[in-house]
Design a binder for this molecule. Structure first.
Ligand SMILES: Cc1cc2nc3c(=O)[nH]c(=O)nc-3n(C[C@H](O)[C@H](O)[C@H](O)COP(=O)(O)OP(=O)(O)OC[C@H]3O[C@@H](n4cnc5c(N)ncnc54)[C@H](O)[C@@H]3O)c2cc1C
Length: 457
């Protein structure tokens, strides 16, 4: 008899696992059923800001594979609008609620992939009676926001609450749609994934494109008129708003897993081993935004909810379920984003992480240009490096610049992943031609500066 794989969550991690398992085991050997409570499978949440802005014209362009494709090409039985409400590990069964048709189904499993993603943090001032407040966690959320933005009377003023990369990308999207945008952040800087000095460059650029940034400001409530939001209330006074977008961060979605007795780690994510198995629970795997993973520099378990990890982790789980061997070796926290033309990249530890992990370090900031200074389109780029004082090993890097900045972080990520010292990096054989870099690439200039700082101190 064929074994059964049940997947809980039909997006990046879950469907990567399902399709990898299918590539290795056919239907006579493994039946695959995927439950997804939403209306979409394998969609790019990462693309939401660009659909909201209008840059990507059609919502369906964000859907990489729909259920029909999974059925036809992968023989995977996808059940949309089915929410798994319980996992019984002893009976090896899940219970799923049919959200449209009503009723419950029970499905037996031999293997289970838990890939429920993350839950957006909800503010305590949320008020269901005031319409016009949206998250952007799923394509369903984004569709609701698009409807609100497209409806009459068209919103003119937006407040984005939360200055992480999702808040920043949404602020850009809304300003590109022609709204007046205010971004409110409780901390003293937007983009807390970079150090304050680098975040200041991002904040300046955001102000430069007309986004009103309020840092160090706490939202305390909402004002509404006729059931529609009219203002966000803050300690500094009300901010008028016809639409509010929330980007307050996420936490791993572990409720179901915890109820079933799956282990949760220090970061709040489900614990997994390198093969994405849940330790101590044979046949159960977890991947994506719901799990914690190893930070390869700090050595700590961390929750880093990014699509790049979810896809890789799902693939690893699927290969292993399929009878192959694959491991996920951990993360170094590489991420990129942009706000209009300003690009931001980061990898490894920030200064505060390095200090908290007990490293003694130097940090340097080098300003140069993306191309030869005389070449048309040359623009400023700032590279920050953090290196261990005793060994010179790179611990972290951040880049902010106007063009060709973000993906330069990949060079630094590879150096960091491989434990290179800043001294070794100064000799890296990076490409040079005036349209692409100055003769000393910004990465090399920063590495040289870091070496100088090590020698001085
Ligand atoms: C606006 C935005 C922009 C982003 N940009 C980037 C980016 O540029 N780069 C990057 O690397 N990452 C980005 N991310 C993060 C990335 O989208 C996530 O890390 C990725 O989607 C995680 O995949 P996942 O499969 O683990 O979880 P999810 O994509 O959250 O999928 C989990 C799925 O499980 C379903 N589900 C949950 N519980 C149940 C249940 N009980 N029963 C049935 N179904 C259930 C949910 O409906 C959901 O569809 C962005 C995220 C957002 C919201």
């Amino acid at each position: 008899m064929a074994q059964r794989l049940i997947v809980v969550g039909g997006d990046a991690a879950g469907m990567a696992a399902a399709s990898q398992a299918r590539r290795r085991r056919d239907r006579s050997d493994l039946e695959i059923v995927a439950f997804e409570r939403g209306r979409f499978t394998s969609y790019s949440a990462c693309g939401i800001p660009y659909w909201i802005s209008g840059l990507v014209p059609e919502r369906d362009q964000l859907v990489a594979r729909d259920p029909a494709t999974f059925r036809a090409d992968f023989d995977i039985d996808v059940r949309l609008r089915h929410e798994v409400t319980a996992i019984d590990l002893d009976r090896q069964e899940v219970v799923a609620h049919d959200l449209d048709g009503g009723g419950e189904v029970r499905e037996r499993f031999d293997e289970l992939v838990y890939a429920t993603g993350a839950v957006p943090k909800q503010p305590d001032w949320a008020d269901p009676a005031v319409r016009g407040v949206f998250g952007v966690q799923t394509l369903g959320d984004a569709s609701a926001l698009r409807e609100w933005l497209d409806a009459e009377p068209a919103p003119r003023r937006a407040v984005v609450v939360g200055g992480g990369y999702i808040g920043v990308e949404m602020a850009e999207a809304l300003i590109q749609r022609g709204l007046a945008v205010t971004l409110v952040e409780q901390a003293d800087q937007p983009m807390s994934t970079v150090d304050p000095d680098m975040a200041a460059l991002v904040a300046d650029a955001m102000r430069g494109i007309g986004i009103d940034i309020r840092t160090g400001v706490e939202v305390t409530g909402l004002d509404g008129r006729d059931g529609r939001v009219s203002a966000v209330v803050t300690a500094d006074g009300p901010l008028p708003a016809d639409v509010v977008v929330l980007g307050l961060g996420v936490r791993p979605d572990t409720a179901l897993a915890e109820a079933a007795g799956l282990p949760v780690g220090l970061s709040g994510g489900i614990r997994v081993d390198r093969r994405m198995r849940v330790p101590g629970v044979p046949g159960v795997w977890a991947a994506g935004d719901c799990v914690e993973t190893l930070h390869r520099v700090s050595g700590l378990p961390v929750h880093v909810p990014l699509g790049t990890h979810a896809n890789k982790q799902g693939r690893v789980a699927g290969i292993n379920i399929g009878g192959g061997y694959a491991t996920f070796p951990g993360v170094i926290g590489t991420a990129v984003t942009k706000v209009c033309e300003l690009e931001v990249g980061r990898t490894g530890l920030r200064e505060r992480d390095a200090a908290a992990s007990g490293f003694e370090f130097v940090s340097v900031r080098a300003e140069s240009t993306n191309r030869a200074g005389y070449y048309p389109g040359a623009r400023t780029m700032t590279v920050k490096l953090i290196a261990e004082r005793s060994s010179g090993r790179l611990l972290g890097a951040q880049i902010v610049g106007w063009s060709e900045a973000a993906k330069r972080i990949d060079t630094l990520a590879v150096a960091l992943w491989n434990g290179m010292t800043v001294d070794e990096m100064t000799a890296l054989d990076l490409g040079y031609a005036p349209p692409y870099a100055p003769v000393w690439d910004p990465v090399l200039i920063a590495a040289r500066k870091a070496v100088d700082a090590l020698h001085q101190g």
